[in-house]
Design a protein around this ligand. Structure first.
Ligand code: BGP
Length: 462
């Protein structure tokens, strides 16, 4: 078959998930509470339709069926996360044997089906006890994380080769400490930067330890949501606004994780405004010496930026948005359900940036996807006709293909997500999967896009 878009040999085709969003069984199997369980119990009305994470897609019980479906639709890779509060219910201390059995079973089942597990250690789900101690604001939590990571490598490192320390570490910073959409709902930039800093220290410590292990072909990295920052115009004020947004929301993690150092301009801004986090001697060297082997890129939308319309009130507390305004570019294409812009070329711009400025680090698209509300409207002959999702993926893949042709080191593509799942405060509002899940019965049904991706993966292109 002649294919217009052929991907390199061994390209990774798969999808991504996270523990809290798919496992369910939130108080089964010896799992401890994490911040989501707790927040939902205390403020259920913050969640769409008042729905919480207790049962989600029930992967905990249905993983065998799910892995069979992954195989059927051509996956050769699959990303899951380990739930810290399931593995170590109190955050530190004893490992929960039921969790070890569960994750062993999942990993073994994936491998038996020739699906390479990509394992992420932290996907927004801080164990409650550790959050009560102060969460990522507290330096001690970094040590607890390192112990947890060590346990994961010890228990599963004989079979898992691809490890990720964090998924989108900026999101708990933004959500939990700047813009009030994650627990603990703090709005305080200085505390936010401390959280961000401790996350990078925790990442570097896990990388350092991992590299002392002898895991054959093992790689460790981080997954970042990169949102290319595009200025409204070439006007110097717009350019500066866009550069600063990029510093705060992309380079604050990308630079230390991949290059081993923070951007000088970001440090200067924080210093000038008295916002620098508390650091310890030796941290910067640790960060310098322990960069990621591999980078996962989550890409949903760009950030469009313009210069601030007016100067910030000097008496208002410091916020990153002091330096820029978001710009609603006329005519941009939107996913109206999620309110996110669709700009396929962004994927190419990210890859070229990684090639030119980040040593062309080995990378892959670790999330990309389209959330759609009320997908049952599109059922015909018992199957959701999600042509919009097929088009969405295809157009992004074309740009990814172009980047690869131009020498970018992109090795794979994971859709968010394998199946419909519980999405934080949005609960089941928007559906993302190749596989639909009936919220009540948990019945799985392949969508049209699942058959399409099966052909794409089997042909390694389209
Ligand atoms: C990413 C997260 C995922 C997932 C996805 C879709 O940022 O890593 O966990 O939730 O976004 O987002 P949402 O469900 O809010 O539309």
């Amino acid at each position: 078959m002649s294919l217009q878009y052929k991907f390199p040999e061994g390209f990774w085709w798969g999808s991504a998930t996270s523990a809290t969003q798919i496992e369910g069984a939130a108080d089964e199997g010896g799992k401890g509470q994490n911040i989501w369980d707790y927040w939902y119990q205390t403020e259920p009305n913050r969640f769409f339709d008042n729905v919480g994470p207790e049962s989600t897609s029930d992967f905990y019980h249905l993983y065998k069926e799910d892995i069979r479906l992954m195989k059927e639709i051509g996956h050769n890779t699959f990303r899951l996360s380990i739930s810290w509060s399931r593995l170590i219910p109190g955050g530190r201390g004893e490992v929960n044997p039921e969790a070890v059995t569960f994750y062993n079973n999942v990993i073994d089942e994936l491998l038996a089906n020739d699906i390479e597990p990509f394992v992420n250690l932290f996907h927004f789900d801080m164990p409650l006890e550790l959050q009560n101690e102060g969460g990522w604001e507290k330096r001690d939590v970094v040590e607890a994380y390192l112990q947890y990571a060590k346990e994961c490598f010890r228990l599963f490192g004989d079979r898992v080769k691809k490890w990720f320390t964090f998924n989108e570490p900026i999101v708990p910073v933004e959500g939990g400490y700047l813009y009030d959409f994650h627990y603990p709902n703090v709005v305080d930039a200085k505390r936010a930067f401390q959280v961000a800093y401790h996350t990078i220290v925790a990442h570097a410590k896990a990388v350092e330890y991992f590299h002392t292990l002898d895991i054959k072909d093992g790689q460790i990295g981080i997954i970042l949501n990169l949102t290319p920052s595009y200025p409204r115009s070439k006007n110097p004020a717009d350019l500066r606004a866009s550069r600063i947004a990029d510093l705060f929301f992309n380079r604050s993690f990308l630079d230390p994780a991949v290059l081993g150092e923070y951007p000088e301009e970001l440090v200067e801004i924080l210093r000038e405004h008295g916002q620098l986090p508390v650091t310890r001697k030796g941290d910067l060297e640790l960060i310098k010496n322990n960069t990621a082997d591999i980078l996962g890129v989550n890409y949903y939308q760009p950030r469009r930026v313009k210069a601030k319309g007016h100067l910030p009130n000097p008496y208002s507390p410091f916020m990153p948005d002091w330096f820029f305004d978001n710009y609603e570019m006329p005519g941009r294409k939107m996913n109206k359900y999620r309110g996110w812009e669709i700009y396929e070329k962004g994927i190419y711009d990210i890859m070229i940036n990684l090639k030119e400025n980040y040593g062309n680090i080995e990378s892959f698209i670790s999330e990309n996807g389209m959330g759609v509300q009320d997908e049952d409207r599109f059922v015909e002959n018992g199957e959701i006709q999600d042509d919009y999702r097929i088009e969405f993926i295809q157009e992004h893949l074309k740009w990814l293909h172009k980047a690869i042709e131009e020498g970018c080191n992109a090795k794979g593509y994971h859709l968010w997500s394998f199946m419909d799942n519980w999405s934080w405060m949005n609960a089941y509002k928007n559906r993302y999967g190749f596989v639909s899940v009936d919220v009540e019965t948990k019945k799985r049904t392949l969508k049209k896009s699942a058959y399409w991706i099966r052909d794409v993966s089997n042909n390694n292109g389209f």
